[in-house]
Design a protein around this ligand. Sequence first.
Ligand code: FAD
Ligand code: NAP
Ligand code: SF4
Length: 670
Amino acid sequence: MYEHLLSPLDLGITTLKNRVIMGSMHTNLEEIPGGFERAAVYFAERARGQAALIVTGGIAPNEEGYITPKSAKLSTIEEVAQHKLITEAVHRENGKICMQILHTGRYGYHSGIVAPSALQAPINFFKPRAMTEEDIQRTISDYVQCAVLAQKAGYDGVEIMGSEGYLINQFIVTRTNQRTDNWGGSYKNRIQFPIEIVRKTREATGKNFIIIYRLSMLDLVENGSTWEEVVVLAKEIEKAGATIINTGIGWHEARIPTIATMVPRKAFAWVTKRLKGEVNIPLIAVNRINTPEVAEEVLAEGCADLVSMARPFLADPEIILKTMEGRTDEINSCIACNQACLDHTFQLKISSCLVNPRACHETELQYLPTTHPKQIAVVGAGPAGLAFAHIAALRGHKVTLYEADNQLGGQFNYAKIIPGKSDYGDTIRFYTSMMKKYNVHVILNHRVQARDLLDHNYDEIVLADGIEPRQITIEGHDHPKVVSYTDVLSQKVNIGKRAAIIGAGGIGFDVATFLTHQTPNDDVISEFLKEWGVDREYQDAGGLSKPKPNQPAREVYLLKRSGGKHGSTLGKTTGWIHKAHLTSQHVQMLSDVEYLKIDDEGLHISIKDDYQVLNVDHIIVCAGQLSSRNLYNTLITQGLQPHLIGGAEEAKELDAKTAIHQGCTLAARL
Ligand code: FAD
Ligand code: NAP
Ligand code: SF4
C-alpha cells in the first residue's frame, strides 16, 4: 500500500532508504546548556524510527543572522564539537542528517539585524540595517564557511533556507529588495545572492555533500515572486549544484495559514507539482502531510519525489517504522494544533508535542518497565486518563480504565467535530489502539461511584474524570433558549439562524466556527484556497487573489465580559487564524458585555451602559469549566489517596496539552 513512500531514492551521491524526510523545526534545544546532548538523543530516536533524512532546526551562519541574541550558530571551529554529538548519534542509528543554515535577515529579534534594504518587517519591532556590498560578500562567505564546518562536524549535508521570508527570500523579491546596485533591480541581480551561496557551497564541500535548497515557491505576500521567476530560480539553483529542492510556502508575515489545523491535508502539494519536470533534481513536498496515507497520495499523484514531515516526527518518532511494519493504527498523529511546538518556539520555550510530551524531553521523561507491577484503576477516558492508561500499561502495570460514556476520548469527541479539527479524532484512534495493544481493561458505559473503587483492592486510583461545564446564573438561565456547548456539539439541539455565545475562550471560538460553517463541498482544498485568497493559477506575483469566504450558515454573536480584543487567550500562532476566519463569517465579537437577563425576546445585555437586546433563537453557554471533586472527596473521606490529573485536578486554563502531560508524567513515575 505504501509502495511509493517506502521505495528508496538514489541521489547519485547516496541513497535514501525511503521517501520521507524529517523537516526542519526549531526546538530551542541548541540554545540551552546541555541542549546538544538532548538534541542528539532526540534526533537519534527519529533516525531509529527510519526517517530517510533529518534536517536540523535553523543554525545561523553569523551573529547578524541570529533569530534571537542567544541563538545557535556555526561559524567557528570551536562550535564543531557540539554538533558532532548530534551527527554521531544519528549515524550510530544508520541515519542521515543535514544541518539547516538559516539567516533571519529582517526577521531576527535583535538590534543587529541586516537586510537587503532597511525595510522593517510588519511582524518585527526591530528595523534592519541595509547591507553594504562588503556585508553581502562576507555573508555569502559565512554561509559557505558554515557549510564547511557542518561537513567537518559530520553532517551529510546542509539545507540552505531560502524561503519563509528570511534573508535569502528578502533578496529575491522587490517587496524587500530595493537596492540599486548589482544585488537589486532586475530579477537576475536579485537571485545572485542565493545562486552564489549554493555555487560556492558546492565548490567548497565537494560533490558528495547533500545540498538542499529550500525555495519559496509560493510567497503569499504582495510583490512576491511570479511563477515564471520561481521556475528560473529553481533552474539556476540546480545549475549551481543543489542536490534537492525543498518547497517553501508562505512568508511568516503572510496572513494566510499554511500549517495550522484548519489547513486541509496536502493543501499545498499542487505547488511542488507545478515545478515537476522543470528541473532534474528531486523535489520535496511539504505542509500538512501528517500521515503515511497522505504522504503516499502526494507521491502517487506525482506531486514530488520526497515528502517532508516535521511535526509528525515530534508526535511520533516511529511514524515511518510503524508504516514499514504495517502498524499505522499505532501511529500517534500530529493534529496540527501548534500548542506545544510552534507556540513554545515563539515563547522561547523548549518545543514539545501536545500528543507526545516526551518530544525534546527524551532524556527526562522516560517510560521504563516497572519492577513492581501494580493494579491501577483509572476513572475517565479523556486525554488525561488515556495518556495515563497507555504509559502505565506500557510500563507493565495492570490497568482498568472506566468511562461513563460509550466511547473513549472525553472532550476530544467534541473537538473532532469542529470544522478543521477532524485530526483530533486520530488521537482517539491512537489511544484506542494502545488500549488494545497493552491489554488495558476498558469498561465503557460505567459511571464510577466510590463503592466501585472501594470494592476492589486497587494499588493506585487515578481520577481523570474531567470537568463540568460552568453554568450561568443570570435571570432566565433556565429559559429553553439556553443550551450548553455540549448539547450543541453532540447535536442534541437544532440551533436556530441567530445565536449568541456566552464566553469567548477556545470553546466559544470553536462553537462559533461550528455554527457558521456551511456544509463543505467535496473539494476542501479548493474551498480553503478560495476562502483565504490563494490563486492556484498564480496570476499575480506571490500567488494571492481576493479572498472569497463562504456565506455563514448563521448570524452569530461571540460575547465576553472582559475588555480587549477577542482571541488573546488563544494560541500564539493560531489565534489570529481563528479570529480572521470568524471575522470572514461576520461573527459579531462584543467585549465588555454585562449579561442582564434572558427571556423570549433573547439575550439582554449592556455594554458600557449601552443597553441592547440580542434577538437570538439560542444562547449557547461556553463560560469555562469547573472540576468535579465529588468522587475525590468521597474517596478521601474513606481513607484512600487518589491521584488527580487533567481537568479533574484543575479546570482553570486546562487544555489537552496539560491533561496529556500530567497523564504521561504520573504514569512514568508510579
Ligand atoms: P475530559 O476530556 O473531560 O475527560 C473526562 C472523562 O471522564 C470523560 O470522558 C467523562 O465521560 C469521564 N467521566 C467523568 N466522570 C466519570 C465517572 N464518574 N466515571 C467514569 N467516567 C467518568 N484542548 C486543547 O488543548 N486544544 C484544543 O484545540 C482543544 N479544543 C477543544 C475543542 C472543544 C470543542 C472542546 C470541548 C475542548 C477542547 N479542548 C482543547 C479541551 C480539551 O479537550 C480538554 O482540556 C481535555 O479533554 C481535558 O482532558 P481530561 O481527560 O482532563 O478531561
Ligand atoms: P476559557 O478559555 O477559560 O474561556 C471561558 C470563557 O468564559 C471566557 O471567555 C470567560 O470570559 C467566560 N466566562 C468565565 N466565567 C464566566 C461566567 N461566570 N459567566 C459568563 N462568562 C464567563 O475556557 P473554554 O473556552 O471552556 O476552553 C477550555 C480550555 O480548552 C481552554 O484552556 C482552552 O485553551 C482549551 N481549548 C483550546 C482551543 C484552541 O484552539 N487552542 C480550543 C478549544 C478549547 P469573560 O470572563 O471575559 O467573560
Ligand atoms: Fe503536532 Fe500539536 Fe504536537 Fe505540534 S504540538 S507536533 S502541532 S500535535
